[in-house]
Design a protein around this ligand. Structure first.
Ligand code: SAM
Length: 337
């Protein structure tokens, strides 16, 4: 029933979304820092403060405010837990090292196969031209890259009359995920010798952190990140890196779990995520904690409009997004102009 509901949502969405949904400009959601007022209240309960005392109290308050803001800045969310930014990367690494062997099976189970449709649609909407360089960041076991590779090999062959050979780079911070990806590519005949090395687009695997990519400035035509951005410690830095490596006119496309606002899908989805997914993780992968993190990290990820704002703040133009399956996932696009 869940699958039928999700599928129906995707179909309805595809019909509706011939036009792109432009993001509206929204004000930053700033939370006021929880500064302490203890000094002020002790003054009011005793004698009237002198102006020097007032000044020193307000200085103390400013200091406290600054240090609590700084503390906040140094924290990142790891699911619902707040952790020092310096720790998040290794915690995320542990999660994906642990889930790597069962990652593909779990993806099918958790999404009742829907992730395949989402990825098909995502890749279908990407730009493609002969001889392009495509970078798939946080590419994991290669699901998106393999689809892009097949598409580009076809485009290269149909070509523009010239010999063109595209490049598809799968990059991920986690060698365990990449290893599974390389094995899958070999099984699928996507790697040498499964294709013609002279003419066919090549597939490369590169271990890399999305926040510090080992690629030259303006060397990439198209950048994708699927279900990866919510795992990086600093989304803004990852987007800045994406923009740095993109050529002028290059495109970024982000596929990510997002936020469902409409009932009854919202309640159904919440119930399913929090009750079923960690339990499946426990039964199939003997790892409840990692799947609890995955569910929580989705809820902590910026909402659709907010992500548009962050993309604009990082210099992307013509930013838009498209909800799929009622917002369970969303595709965000932007260009480096
Ligand atoms: C949910 S998986 C998605 C994999 C693949 N894109 C897919 O759609 O199936 C998230 C991936 O992000 C990777 N990742 C997490 N933090 C990263 C970072 N800072 N830089 C690059 N990859 C990262 C993880 O190792 C993991 O492979």
């Amino acid at each position: 029933m869940m699958r039928a509901l999700l599928k129906r949502g995707l179909q309805r969405h595809q019909q509706q979304h011939q036009h792109h949904q432009r993001c509206s400009f929204v004000l930053l959601d700033r939370t006021t820092s929880a500064s302490s007022f203890s000094l002020t209240s002790s003054f009011t309960s005793s004698s009237t403060p002198t102006s020097n005392e007032e000044k020193s109290a307000s200085l103390d308050n400013d200091e406290e405010k600054k240090s609590s803001e700084k503390e906040k800045e140094d924290q990142a969310s790891f699911g619902y837990t707040s952790v020092p930014k310096t720790k998040k990367e290794s915690l995320v690494r542990d999660v994906f090292e642990s889930v790597a062997p069962s990652y593909d099976v779990m993806n099918d189970l958790m999404s009742v196969g829907m992730h395949r449709l989402w990825k098909d649609y995502f890749v279908h909407k990407l730009a493609s031209f002969p001889g392009m360089t495509h970078l798939d960041v946080a590419g994991g076991t290669g699901d998106v890259s393999f689809r892009v590779l097949k598409k580009l090999r076809k485009v290269d062959r149909e070509g523009n009359g010239k010999e063109a050979k595209s490049r598809v780079i799968v990059s991920d911070i986690n060698p365990a995920m990449l290893k599974v990806g390389e094995e899958r590519a070999a099984t699928k005949g996507l790697k040498n010798p499964g294709f013609d090395t002279k003419t066919d687009a090549e597939l490369e695997f590169v271990e890399a952190n999305a926040e510090k990519l080992p690629f030259e400035d303006e060397s990439i035509d198209q950048y994708t990140i699927a279900f990866g951005l919510r795992n990086v410690t600093n989304i803004d830095i990852a987007l800045r890196e994406a923009r740095r490596v993109l050529k002028k006119g290059g495109r970024i496309s982000i596929l990510e779990f997002s936020h469902v606002e409409e009932e009854p899908l919202k309640s159904l989805y919440n119930f399913y995520s929090f009750a079923a997914i960690p339990t499946m993780g426990q039964i199939v992968a003997n790892d409840r904690k990692s799947y609890q993190y995955l569910v929580e990290s989705i809820r902590k990820f910026p909402k659709q409009e907010r992500l548009c704002d962050i993309m604009r703040e990082e210099g992307f133009s013509s930013v838009d997004f498209e909800n799929i399956t009622g917002g369970i996932v969303a595709i965000h696009n932007g260009y480096k102009l």
